[in-house]
Design a protein around this ligand. Structure first.
Ligand code: IMP
Length: 422
């Protein structure tokens, strides 16, 4: 029995989709445990590019079963589109994808409220993806949310939708905006029911039964540790918990069933949206990295802010998730640079220190860098599959700083570019 969590160790966009696609090869079941269509995973297989927002990328392996767990928030409009697109391209989804009855639905009202909150005078602008994530999790916590299971009972659904709309009526009125119309929502839910109703299931039982049978289960997080609502750079975070500790709760299994935590970190750092970012590189150097790494959001198309690898933040993320191993991605993007920098500690007004708990303190941290000689190639040498010595030295240093082994790196977009090392 093996239950692996795949978790992002930075501000999201670490390349988890590709790692999950690769690890899914030997898994039986892949579960997405949090987040919603704010995530965007890009996977390239056989010359085809697939972008996933909700469905685990394991769906591309025809024998796998995939689950969208209770910890996620599901935009049914996006999910229907994703299913139809995959089926059009010959990937069978129905019968292989189960959606938790307890996953909350992101409705158009949530997307509208997300925009109103973001443009609300006096409130901090987070730079959300605009996908309605915050308002949906807020409604879940306030116990007025609509769950996937509610789709199955039209009468219950209508009374719950009335409560939901009443809750948000004030927000629309205050801003002089027209509120959403119940009849339109009901009509949309009718369409969602037709397509998604048969997929709604008690997914906790499905996942536990798979583990009982000794199957290999992969739990896939979205976003990253530094965007976690508790452990990230609050308030510049998402509204759910990507960390490994939340994987059990978000999929309905007990924590002692998890056997491995695989952290994913990019060889440099990126961030989308607002919030502190100590190792950010501004100007042409940052733009060059953005271009080399194609650092544009898979969900919103927004350019990602780019910077050097931050080991202070990474050490903290490795601790919070207690990673068993780390996979470093996008190593190829750094190839060709004369030198590669890595932040080893922060200089603060009070001296050097670790990752501060408050974003305004992080704002004032000055990174202290260690510089490594660059390398030209990232493909391993054919005869012994070893990486260039400079890249190996860089990775060995990162592993020793994190306190976890790096056994695989990703150095390109294809499945064949996952390279075992060591
Ligand atoms: P929200 O999750 O849309 O509410 O956005 C909150 C913050 O998380 C914003 O800074 C977003 O840019 C960021 N964010 C959300 N999802 C992702 C992701 O998949 N990758 C990177 N950043 C994300």
């Amino acid at each position: 029995m093996s239950v692996r969590v795949v978790v992002g160790l930075q501000w999201g966009d670490e390349g988890k989709g590709k790692v999950v696609d690769w690890l899914a090869e030997e898994a039986d079941l892949v579960v997405r445990y949090q987040g919603g269509a704010n995530a965007g995973h890009t996977v390239q297989v056989g010359g085809e590019t697939y972008v996933f927002h909700l469905i685990p990328s394991g769906i591309l392996h025809s024998a796998k079963v995939c689950v969208i767990g209770n910890g996620t928030v599901v935009d049914p409009e996006t999910l229907v589109r994703e299913i139809e697109d995959l089926e059009r391209r010959g990937v069978r989804v129905r019968g292989r994808l189960h959606v938790s009855h307890a996953a909350h639905m992101v409705l158009p009202v949530h997307r509208a409220v997300d925009h109103l909150w973001e443009s609300s005078p006096g409130a901090p602008r987070i730079g959300t993806t605009g996908r309605g994530i915050g308002p949906t999790y807020a409604d879940k916590a306030a116990r007025v949310g609509i769950r996937m299971g509610d789709l199955l009972d039209a009468r219950e659904l209508e009374s719950k939708l009335r409560v939901l709309l009443a809750r948000h009526a004030g927000t629309f009125a205050e801003r002089g905006e027209a509120p959403p119309v119940l009849a339109t929502l009901l009509e949309a839910c009718g369409r969602y029911r037709e397509c998604l109703g048969p997929l709604v299931a008690d997914t906790a039982s499905i996942v536990n039964a798979a583990i009982d049978r000794g199957q290999l289960v992969l739990l896939e997080g979205a976003q990253g540790t530094l965007l976690d609502v508790d452990h990230g750079t609050y308030p510049y975070v998402t509204s759910s918990s990507p960390v490994a500790g939340a994987a059990g709760g978000g999929s309905g299994i007990g924590p002692t069933r998890i056997t491995e935590v695989i952290g994913v970190a990019k060889a440099y750092t990126t961030r989308v949206g607002e919030g502190p970012f100590p190792t950010e590189i501004s100007g042409p150097e940052g733009e060059a990295l953005q271009k080399a790494g194609n650092e544009f959001g898979a969900t919103t198309g927004r350019p990602r802010r780019c910077g050097w690898l931050d080991l202070v933040a990474l050490r903290r993320a490795a601790m919070i998730n207690h990673v068993s191993e780390v996979i470093v991605t996008k190593l190829d993007v750094l190839a060709g640079l004369p030198e590669v920098r890595v932040c080893v500690e922060y200089q603060t007004p009070a001296g050097t220190g670790g990752f501060p708990m408050e974003p305004h303190l992080l704002e004032r941290c000055e990174p202290v860098y260690r510089t490594f000689e660059g390398w030209r190639e990232t493909q391993p040498h054919a005869e012994d599959r070893s990486l260039p010595p400079q890249a190996s030295r860089f990775l060995a240093f990162v592993a020793s700083e994190i306190g976890a082994p790096i056994r695989r790196v990703s150095a390109g977009v294809g499945r064949q570019d996952m390279i075992p090392i060591g």
